[in-house]
Design a protein around this ligand. Structure first.
Ligand code: FNR
Length: 341
């Protein structure tokens, strides 16, 4: 592409060109038939905006805060694994771009650079995403290191007792590189039987016994607030409040509740951010778009992706007659549910 990308999907096209197929498929793919992957994006397209007109929109404020930390817009960086497969600077570049964009990056447990290296890369508010492996000492070690390195919250991923079947990775015989955070604890040298070594690795390390009582254990070993990532039902959101979670991260629309709700999955446009907020989210996470920016143009690409989404979001606010986040309400969108009621 000779000209500069003007939207996230053009960054995806650039990333596809820049990356070996095995890595692009790893980032872009989903599980099994990938219905959910497609629907995550299409669900936003089915929601329409109900703009209000004749509002003075000469000044628009996109800023907000999460757990008391100010961010320039409700767009945060999702934890995603192995950024070095996209760019040699990996999470160091992503961290610097997030900091320059005044947003919060959630560092993945499965990062290419370790918690200390990313913390040293630049000064910014960051959260740490935790997977719990068999043998709780590994999680305890990582939580302690994250806290010591200045991370401000622990994001416990709760939807991954086993890895979903990512068929592209199986076909490509994806090989998981060394995970820096667990060096000295586990090796990635797992017999994949000719399939995806990532799947074999995850299934031999993730602890499938993790349950609600373990949130209390996690609270006992850290003073940091704990967000639960991967809540999909109202029932589990209520349980998250009961066990003292500081927030939940859902993958579909959430209701406004007693604790902040962050949404992710399929956010590709500023309009999607607006729709998520109208349905009750306090912020969104973006995953793949960040990696596409990183693969296409390194740190600069990540900055551009965040800026693009923020600019689109700001324009959507103006066209919908909202000058600050508190103006965005449920009445600003129409969903399938509204149509059929
Ligand atoms: C992820 N995600 C993820 N989540 C997590 O808690 N820990 C992790 O290490 C990873 N790794 C990871 C790798 C890749 C390649 C992808 C695509 C995703 C999930 C991620 O945090 C987030 O939920 C989704 O990426 C959001 O959806 P979009 O924005 O990619 O559509």
């Amino acid at each position: 592409m000779a000209s500069e990308p003007v939207n996230v999907s053009e960054f995806e096209a650039l990333a596809k060109k820049a990356l070996p197929k095995m890595y692009f498929d790893f980032y872009a793919g989903g599980a099994e038939d990938e219905y959910t992957l497609k629907d995550n994006e299409e669900a936003y397209q089915r929601i329409t905006i109900r703009p209000r007109v004749l509002v003075d929109v000469s000044r628009i404020d996109t800023s907000t805060s999460i757990l008391g930390y100010p961010i320039s817009s409700p767009i945060m960086v999702a934890p995603s694994a192995l950024h070095q497969l996209a760019n040699p600077e990996g999470e160091l570049a992503t961290a610097r771009a997030s900091a320059a964009s005044n947003t919060i990056m959630i560092l993945s447990f499965s990062s290419s650079y370790n918690v200390e290296e990313v913390a040293a890369s630049c000064d910014a508010v960051r959260f740490f995403q935790l997977y719990v492996y068999r043998g709780r000492h590994i999680a305890a070690n990582l939580v302690e290191r994250a806290e010591r390195s200045g991370y401000k919250a622990i994001v416990l991923t709760v939807d991954c007792p086993r890895l979903g079947r990512r068929e592209a990775d199986i076909r490509n015989r994806m090989i998981v590189p060394k995970l820096k955070n667990v060096e000295g604890f586990v090796s990635n040298d797992v017999d994949a039987g000719g399939g995806s070594n990532l799947e074999a690795y995850a299934n031999s390390t993730f602890d499938p016994t993790l349950s609600w009582k373990d949130v209390a254990w996690l609270k006992s070993i850290t003073s940091l607030p704990i967000l639960l990532k991967g809540i999909l039902t109202h029932e589990d959101a209520l349980k998250a409040v009961e066990v003292g979670a500081a927030g939940v991260i859902v993958s579909n629309h959430g209701a406004r509740g007693k604790i902040p709700v962050i949404v992710d999955g399929g956010v590709r446009r500023g309009t999607d951010v607006f729709k998520a907020l109208a349905l009750g989210a306090q912020a969104v996470l973006v995953g793949r778009p960040i990696i596409y920016g990183l693969a296409a143009k390194g740190e600069q690409g990540v900055k551009q992706v965040i800026q693009m989404l923020k600019d689109e979001f700001e324009l959507t606010m103006a066209l919908a007659g909202c000058t600050s986040l508190k103006d965005i309400t449920r009445s600003h969108v129409r969903t399938d549910r509204d149509r059929f009621q």
